[in-house]
Design a protein around this ligand. Structure first.
Ligand code: LLP
Length: 419
């Protein structure tokens, strides 16, 4: 459930009519709902009531906005980060270092050092090579890095290839067949306390079965590791739960996920870490856009909006579906190609889409844009970076300024030898 709905014929975010935001901030603009973020955090937490010892670490990559992190931190969430940039955001939002988990296959030495200095709670080591390097850096600083080893369980998550991470040929984690041996090697190094294992098989999962298969494999591995004399106290189950993008789409609910996790892990005797992103932020945001013009097409008209693939990359990158609707629907429908102004055909949000009838100047939204939306923006076609707004009841605030194309140009230099 989210807090974007029609009231008296006008779409509101909580109690704020979207045209008010468009007038004040301009378009395109991402609009987030605080009540929705809080609701999703609560629902996810309540889904895990039967997991006694846990940390829910929001996947910052899905929405790194400081105000969003502040809202989620106040809900008791930690942070799953994949760069020092994300770590700094989590810290700046007041999330305590102990509640920060650092994932990612390419942590640089400088990043590992910075994370150690910040005193973060856990590193998810993605390779033997990384573990050895982290151990050296930590030992040289006289500290111990708390770690898990990320396992690649070779499970097909059944999601889009580009966001699948748990198949044997994906770059993530160590092969489960070699996990025991690598764990043994890293566990013996000074500088690291290898206290468990981690897994994340992919994103936008529409089925719990692959998750359960991965967790069962992990449970077996925990038994094997303990059998070999290792102490296993932490298991990180990653994120990945999908959300509905289409009207009427039914996906596994957090409660079903929580029940499955509780059942599968009940005898593990470990602290569980979760890294949800999309399920918290996805439906807590929309991308508000204005129709520039409607152009006649051979078959269907082109509704050209002022948002583009640089603002919301998911349709161009993954062929992703984002529900599109008018802010002030008049009741009539049209079939349209919904496109942005960027000069490539990839800048197409939908072809032949049945949607509210729209004309030049009308406002519309792309829904489910709160996760992997603004964070994946670029300045392609010298379009600047889109602004972000957070709504709270009847008030709203700009939580990320629009970065105009001119400001980006100002950071560029023509060397003297070209002048
Ligand atoms: N943990 C790790 C280690 C991850 O790599 C990810 C996402 C998550 C947690 C959070 O997954 P979630 O709960 O959000 O599914 N840009 C793509 C999604 C990429 C996901 C990358 N990793 C998209 O727009 O669909």
């Amino acid at each position: 459930m989210d807090h974007f709905s029609l009231r008296y014929g006008v779409m509101h975010a909580e109690d704020v009519p979207l045209p008010v935001i468009a007038d004040a901030v301009g378009t395109p603009v991402y609009v987030y709902s605080r009540a929705t973020l809080e609701r999703h955090a609560r629902v996810f937490r309540e889904a895990l009531v039967d997991v006694p010892d846990k940390l829910i670490a929001f996947a910052v990559k899905s929405n790194p906005n400081l105000a969003v992190l502040k809202v989620l931190g106040a809900q008791g969430m930690g942070a799953d980060v994949v760069s020092v940039g994300e770590m700094r955001r989590a810290l700046a939002a007041g999330i305590t270092p102990e509640m920060i988990v650092f994932s990612g296959v390419g942590k640089t030495a400088a990043e590992m050092a910075a994370a150690l200095d910040a005193g973060i709670g856990q590193f998810n080591i993605e390779s033997e090579e990384e573990g050895v390097e982290l151990a050296e850096i930590a030992a040289a600083r006289g500290v111990t890095a708390q770690c898990t080893l990320r396992i690649n369980p070779d499970v097909d998550a059944g999601t889009h290839d580009k966001i699948s991470t748990g198949k044997a040929d994906n770059k993530f984690g160590v092969p489960i067949s070699e996990a025991g041996q690598i764990f043994g090697k890293l566990a013996g190094l000074p500088g690291v306390n290898l206290r468990g294992v981690a897994v994340h098989i992919g994103s936008q999962l529409a089925d719990l079965a692959p998750l359960e298969a991965a967790f069962l494999k992990l449970g077996e591995l925990v038994g094997v590791l303990r059998g070999a004399g290792h102490e296993v106290t932490h298991v990180d189950l990653g994120g990945g739960l999908g959300v509905p993008y289409r009207v009427g789409e039914v996906l596994p609910q957090p409660a079903e996920y929580g029940a499955m996790v509780a059942r599968v892990t009940k005898d593990w005797g470990v602290k569980l870490i979760f890294e949800p992103g999309r399920v918290i932020a996805g439906n807590a945001g929309v991308l508000l856009t204005r129709v520039v013009r409607v152009k006649r097409g051979i078959k269907d008209p082109f509704v050209i909006v002022d948002a583009a693939m640089n603002d919301l990359a998911r349709p161009a990158l993954y062929g992703a579906y984002h529900h599109f609707e008018a802010v002030e629907p008049k009741g009539a429908q049209m079939t349209a190609n919904i496109v942005g102004p960027i000069c490539e055909t990839g800048d197409t949000f939908a072809m032949g889409r049945e949607c509210d009838a729209l004309q030049a100047g009308d406002l519309a939204v792309f829904r489910t844009a709160g996760a992997y939306g603004a964070t994946m923006a670029s300045s392609y076609n010298s379009r600047g970076f889109v602004a972000e707004v957070l709504v709270d009841g009847d008030k709203f605030a700009v939580v990320a300024d629009r970065i105009e194309a001119g400001a980006i140009m100002d950071a560029e230099r023509v060397p003297e030898w070209l002048a």
